[in-house]
Design a protein. Structure first.
Length: 367
């Protein structure tokens, strides 16, 4: 009886193993538009539309006339001073980047059975395919949004923070105040020289104290010198422009307008000169055939869909001058391609996909 039970148990174990071994790895990827049920027992992902982002860094320079600028030459022998209150803008740099946003017309569903790599899909937060079995490939499908700080005006740049001594304050005329301020500058310089030359009976106890004293004297001198030479301060901001190129894109589109007085202004503001966005696309040859399998009666399965992107040259032109160009890859100028279904039917495969273009970057074995 015991032998009989043992035989039945062994047979049951082998039968169970046989059942487990008979479940094959099988993967199929379909376009959601061809499915009657795209919301059940599948993994969904999107391929991207490539967005071109142009980051424009602009710099504002504010020049403010010092109250004693007329006495700079006479009292300090300085002629290079600010003589006019003004605000000036300039384009400091332009940077071109790309990122992906989900393409609603390129959504796919992965169905699978058995032990395979298909369930280990890496997606960006917006659902764009970034890879299979490759955690390091997951990244945000968007780029940094630059916050716009408040840029000061010329009225915000003043000399209210200059620490005036009593001798300067009691003077009743501008010329007398300027003379007393110039004398104070000479005293600061003399005091700094004596510290550096160790010409004091009691000296600072260590080198750090020397540095602090000299730094404060330098700051004090600078503040009083600005009363003669004026103040020049610069402020930098970055503004981003997103463009989604398509087959209907035209060259020489106005990206923004720029004014040396106002900075970046709207495209319709004719007070600024136009800065153009131009895209030169290279001829792209589609591969023969189609990535979409239409006849589902045949036992033909699709593998992972990715994109063979097209190439373009982005140019930023200020009036008639080329200021920046960069070669980019664009998913919307490319072709959707399907890899063999059996690639995902292994459990140790690792795939990297560029989330900005949908391009296949690598297929290798996961260690």
């Amino acid at each position: 009886m015991n032998k009989l039970l043992l035989s039945i148990g062994v047979a049951a174990v082998f039968s169970s193993c046989a059942v487990q071994q008979t479940v094959p790895s099988k993967v199929d990827v379909q376009d959601v538009t061809t499915m009657s049920n795209a919301a059940g027992n599948v993994l969904l992902y999107s391929l991207p539309t490539t967005v071109v982002r142009v980051n424009v860094e602009v710099e504002k320079t504010i020049s403010r006339v010092g109250p004693f600028y007329r006495y700079s030459q006479k009292m300090l022998n300085i002629s290079d001073v600010v003589t006019e209150n003004k605000e000036e803008w300039r384009i400091k740099s332009i940077n071109i980047e790309t990122y992906g946003k989900p393409n609603p017309d390129r959504q796919y569903a992965i169905s699978f059975t058995g032990q395979c790599a298909a369930p280990f899909v890496n997606l960006t937060p917006s659902g764009i395919l970034a890879g299979i079995n490759n955690e390091s490939s997951v990244s945000a499908s968007y780029l940094k949004d630059f916050t716009q700080p408040v840029i000061p005006t010329i009225n915000d740049v003043n000399f209210n923070d200059v620490p005036m001594i009593e001798k300067q304050m009691v003077k009743t005329s501008t010329a007398a105040m300027a003379e007393e301020t110039a004398n104070y500058i000479y005293k600061i310089r003399k005091r700094r020289f004596k510290i550096l030359a160790s010409d004091y009976e009691q000296l600072p106890p260590d080198g750090q104290s020397y540095e602090v004293m000299v730094r404060e004297l330098n700051k004090l001198e600078k503040q009083h010198m600005e009363l003669f030479v004026g103040k020049t301060e610069t402020f930098t901001i970055t503004k981003s422009f997103d463009i989604v190129p398509d087959k209907m894109s035209t060259s020489n589109d106005v990206l923004f307008r720029f004014s040396t007085v106002k900075g970046i202004v709207d495209k319709m503001d004719v007070s600024g000169s136009p800065v153009y966005f131009e895209l030169d696309t290279q001829d792209f040859k589609n591969l023969q055939g189609s990535a979409n399998v239409i006849d589902k009666k045949q036992d033909v399965r699709n593998g992972l869909f990715y994109i063979k992107p097209g190439k373009g040259l982005v140019k930023i032109i200020d009036k008639n001058v080329l200021v920046k160009e960069k070669e980019v890859y664009l998913s919307q100028y490319g072709q959707v391609v399907s890899m063999p279904a059996n690639v995902l039917e292994r459990d140790d495969v690792r795939i990297r996909i560029d989330s900005a273009t949908g391009a296949l970057q690598s297929i290798d074995k996961k260690q």
